[in-house]
Design a protein around this ligand. Structure first.
Ligand SMILES: [Zn+2]
Length: 212
């Protein structure tokens, strides 16, 4: 599963699997940093890999934009529109989506495999309640875009402190902070989150592995 296809991720994905081993792609929303390598995958499937259509689970807004960049979209992808409360079984994974508090329709994801679970917030402001995706999560990857001094600006993203609160709310065994804005101080993100959440916290880095 390839969850969000932001710039640079297709190259990283191929360090682990071949394109033809990909089961499906999930795209949380239409902002460019979350899906713009899908047209690159489209080219690869149609002209080089010839692996047949790959299922994509994405929002309606992302589909509309993808159609403009991938004119024969149906030849490369089987698009399944996801919305608030959508559910899907993919292999041994149970996926559930919930709409967050963001500028465009955006889906946070929960994945359950046996007794283990994983939540990815995608992008959200503080008014989304992560408990819509349940509780007692093994791994939570939360956006943590800036530090708490910017909380008053009404931006629909989370601070590191708010990401820590989110981890506490769902009793995450492991909280990973991601989506830091360019130039953010990684150590300060770790410190702010740890002031409100006493579980394990990691600041995400490309190439790291997080199990659940
Ligand atoms: Zn966004």
């Amino acid at each position: 599963m390839w969850l969000d296809a932001g710039p640079g991720t297709l190259g990283n994905l191929q360090k682990h699997i071949e394109i033809e081993q990909l089961t499906a792609v999930v795209l949380t929303h239409e902002h460019a940093d979350h899906w713009l390598e899908l047209p690159v995958l489209y080219n690869a499937i149609r002209h080089y890999v010839m692996c047949g259509q790959i299922p994509v689970y994405g929002t309606m807004g992302t589909l509309e934009l993808a159609k403009q960049m991938c004119p024969a979209l149906d030849e490369a992808f089987i698009w399944n529109v996801i919305a608030d409360k959508s559910r899907q079984t993919i292999g041994d994974q149970e996926w559930t989506w919930a709409q967050t508090d963001h500028y465009v329709e955006t889906m946070a994801s929960r994945v359950d495999v046996g007794q283990s679970s994983f939540v990815f917030t995608a992008d959200t402001g503080p008014n989304w309640d992560v408990k819509e995706l349940g509780d007692s999560v093994s791994l939570a990857i939360a956006e943590s875009t800036f530090l708490s001094h910017k909380e008053d600006e009404g931006i629909l993203h989370l601070s590191a402190r708010q990401a820590g609160e989110l981890g506490r709310k769902i009793s995450a065994d492991h909280l990973v902070l991601s989506h830091l804005a360019p130039g953010e101080d990684r150590d300060q993100h770790q410190i702010e989150a740890s002031e409100v959440f006493d579980g394990r916290i990691t600041v995400a880095a490309a190439g790291d592995k997080y199990s659940f």
